[in-house]
Design a protein around this ligand. Sequence first.
Ligand SMILES: Cc1cc2nc3c(=O)[nH]c(=O)nc-3n(C[C@H](O)[C@H](O)[C@H](O)COP(=O)(O)OP(=O)(O)OC[C@H]3O[C@@H](n4cnc5c(N)ncnc54)[C@H](O)[C@@H]3O)c2cc1C
Length: 352
Amino acid sequence: MPSTLVESVPSGGAHETDVIIIGAGPVGLFAVFELGLLGIKAHVIDILEHPGGQCIELYPEKPILDIPAIKSISGEDLTRQLLDQIKPFGATYHLNEMAISVEKTPANKWCVKTDMDTSIEAPVICIAAGGGSFQPKKPPITGVDAYEDQSVFYAVRQRDKFKGKNILIAGGGDSALDWTLNLQPIASKLSLIHRREEFRGAPDSIEKMRALQAAGDIDVYTAQIKSLSGDNGQITGVNVETKDGDASTIECDTLLAFYGLTMKLGPIADFGLNFTENRVAVDTEKFETSAPGIFCIGDMAHYPGKLKLILSGFHEAALMAHGAFHYVFPDKKLKFQHTTSSKDLQSTIAGQ
Ligand SMILES: Cc1cc2nc3c(=O)[nH]c(=O)nc-3n(C[C@H](O)[C@H](O)[C@H](O)COP(=O)(O)OP(=O)(O)OC[C@H]3O[C@@H](n4cnc5c(N)ncnc54)[C@H](O)[C@@H]3O)c2cc1C
């Protein structure tokens, strides 16, 4: 998992744009390109800390064999190439933020709010939320709820919040390793716990983590978390047990548990749109939803014959952009052009 692929703007504040794209998966990213060709600016929101959606989160190294004209490409490389392709259009990214509500403004625009107090206004929303928002799996620890968001966390939204903390990171994958490497320099003490000796993350991250362990900069435990000690939402220690049954307590004031992610429809269910089979119902001409000016493309969209494929989402992005044009520029006529023959499009794509 790449730690950063694009710069995200700081959370909070009010923004205005032409189109708000909810979801930075492959389809949301390609929507930036199709909108950009028509001179339409976009802000992109994703709950994850990096773009790429399922491609990055679920299968970064698997070869995808059905992207037209590309014989084989990994999920990570597809994301990198999409980001490279859309760079000239200068989208603004709000990563690590979940779109939680949509409302109409007095000026007849849409306003999307996030769980990090960001609000964005635009005449058009494009939902490209795939299978829904990726949300952390909760660790199976009795009573963990009482400590959540106070001293137990499942994601790092603001790194500085963990400065000077005595942190225990739980998990054996890329997130656990990445945050071990990232937080160790600012933590007062950092330990890592995984139920097996072997870690599943990128070899380079494992190597760097082992180097910190060898230098005595972190402690690494092979054990399972059994319970938490603490009071009033503040943990004081994590009680663990090895596979041989040896029990002990790791003293810490912060637990960061990375036990993987699940996809949930999330707040989009409450956006007031029509749903079919748990997905947003759209027309197949513009991929517009039951709310005028709100479009939906990619895996989240439902219409007869829909295939959950990246190439279908790319097609939907092109038609959505044409539909969005009329809301963004109500007085302009849309002139269809090929990138091969339009000097304007060529110079836009070249970033001139
Ligand atoms: C193992 C596996 C293998 C696959 N192989 C192929 C293949 O070979 N070829 C192929 O074409 N397809 C394949 N697919 C399917 C393909 O990955 C999906 O069709 C594609 O990712 C859909 O793209 P998307 O942009 O619509 O959604 P996603 O990739 O799901 O991205 C949606 C993004 O929206 C974000 N989001 C959702 N709700 C919110 C919210 N409220 N606020 C903020 N962000 C939100 C999510 O965090 C996510 O990042 C595969 C899927 C899997 C799981």
